[in-house]
Design a protein around this ligand. Structure first.
Ligand SMILES: [Ca+2]
Ligand SMILES: [Ca+2]
Length: 175
């Protein structure tokens, strides 16, 4: 196995690859996940596949590669143990402005606090259920080891009103 490295955390799709050689010729390589075939045997160099771990449970899993030659001889690689750590916990979010029940008479800043066990990618504000402006990104990237928060996702609202359409001309008076 050439990828992933032993003990690697897996948080998304990764490439699983192996090198194989034979005195006559390698016919194919079959990857195994916890002893079960992972995808189809790869018969074309490079021996690799893309593994989407969403079907695997979080925790440790064992990857191996089995090389096969034309005579049917097989060799199994040493195991590579990986830890699947998919983010399955949704973030939390709460509006911080404007206050509930506030009367608005001009432009205000709409803001929210959001946090996640791994990281918040963005916050989308909704006005009566419809998107209000683009999705905003957290203002700063937190360092590892402190709670991942985006306390300052904010945007001005309302935006400048569009120019109203011109009033159509009145029809000519009847004779
Ligand atoms: Ca291949
Ligand atoms: Ca999460």
């Amino acid at each position: 196995m050439t990828s992933p490295t032993d003990g690697a955390p897996v948080t998304g799709t990764i490439t699983v690859s192996a090198n194989a050689s034979d005195n006559v010729g390698v016919v194919g390589v079959q990857f195994l996940l916890d002893g079960v075939a992972l995808g189809a045997e790869d018969t074309v160099v490079p021996y690799a596949l893309s593994w989407d771990p969403t079907a695997a449970t979080n925790g440790t899993h064992v990857l191996k590669a089995v090389a096969r030659d034309a005579a049917g001889n097989t060799t199994t690689s040493a195991s590579v143990t990986v830890t699947v750590a998919l983010d399955t916990t949704p973030p939390t979010v709460a509006m911080s402005a404007p206050a509930n029940g506030a009367s608005l008479s001009g432009a205000v800043t709409v803001s929210a606090n959001a946090s996640d066990d791994v990281g918040v990618v963005g916050v989308q504000f909704l006005l009566n259920g419809a998107a209000l402006g683009p999705r905003t990104r957290p203002h700063r990237t937190p360092s590892a080891g402190i709670p991942r928060r985006s306390p300052t996702a904010r945007m001005p609202w309302p935006r400048a009103p569009a120019t109203p359409p011109a009033t159509p001309p009145l029809p000519p008076p009847l004779p």
